[in-house]
Design a protein around this ligand. Structure first.
Ligand SMILES: NC(=O)c1ccc[n+]([C@@H]2O[C@H](COP(=O)([O-])OP(=O)(O)OC[C@H]3O[C@@H](n4cnc5c(N)ncnc54)[C@H](OP(=O)(O)O)[C@@H]3O)[C@@H](O)[C@H]2O)c1
Length: 218
């Protein structure tokens, strides 16, 4: 077990933004554990890019809607690496449902969005808390969205999940300080990403950081 190299867990490292975050950490000295749910090839591409740049990384399949799978992942990190320095809660799921089409947002879609985007970041933080605290300098970075600040983006469920993630960030900061710093990043629309392509057409046409962010952030 190599316990000298810091370890970063990046969820959704097969996705557009997660891959970029994983590569940034991988070229900054972290051993990166990048998760994916179905896109094994994309996760492998992220790992290969980190290795080609001289870093170390591995891809692990995780359906973060499954609480037991989250616990098992953290147990394996403790066993294999003995430490966790950074948790990036990046993975998320969305589907384009215009806000006014209330009837289209059924309970199953609501649950899938909230379980993936809000419950899982909490469960990952909870399961990783002892490892993150042990280093006395741990970090959690939650990837939220401008849609969590003002009512916009792909659906009411997505916007609500990200608003919840913003507040979860504050609550975890209280729960885990001073050993762990908990922060949140809320990007506006990132063009040409898979997630942006799932925005309802009218939202995508109008969306820009200026449209989605509250006035103070424009
Ligand atoms: N793209 C944007 O315009 C934008 C704007 C604001 C905020 N964000 C936020 O930025 C983050 C990354 O977005 P992105 O554009 O990179 O999205 P993306 O390309 O769609 O990637 C989403 C990632 O989440 C993973 N994922 C989905 N469901 C999962 C589940 N049940 N369990 C585990 N992993 C799951 C996907 O795995 P697979 O690849 O294996 O399916 C993928 O790695 C998200 O939190 C998103 O809300 C994005």
């Amino acid at each position: 077990m190599n316990t000298t190299q810091p370890v970063a867990l990046v969820t959704g490292a097969s996705g557009d933004i997660g891959s970029a975050i994983a590569q940034a950490l991988g070229t900054s000295g972290y051993h990166v554990i990048g998760t994916y749910v179905g896109a094994a090839d994309a996760a492998a591409t992220t790992v290969d890019a980190i290795k080609e740049a001289g870093g170390s990384a591995q891809a692990i399949q995780l359906d973060q809607r499954d609480p037991e799978a989250i616990e098992a992942l953290m147990d394996s990190i403790a066993e294999e690496h003995g430490r966790l320095d950074v948790l990036v809660n990046n993975a998320a799921w969305n589907i384009g449902i215009p806000f006014r089409r209330l009837d289209d947002l059924n309970a199953d879609i609501w649950d899938r969005v909230l379980e993936t985007n809000l419950r899982a970041p909490f469960l990952l933080a909870r399961a990783g808390a002892n490892l993150l605290k042990a280093g006395n300098g741990g970090h959690i970075i939650n990837i939220s969205s401008a849609g969590g600040i003002s009512p916009g983006s792909s659906s009411i469920a997505y916007s609500s999940s990200k608003a919840g993630l913003n507040h979860l960030t504050r609550c975890l900061a209280v729960a885990m300080s001073p050993e762990v710093a908990v922060n949140c990043i809320a990007p506006g629309l990132v063009e040409n990403t898979r997630m942006a392509q799932r925005l309802p057409e009218n939202v995508a046409e109008e969306a820009s950081i200026g449209d989605l962010a509250p006035e103070g952030l424009r």
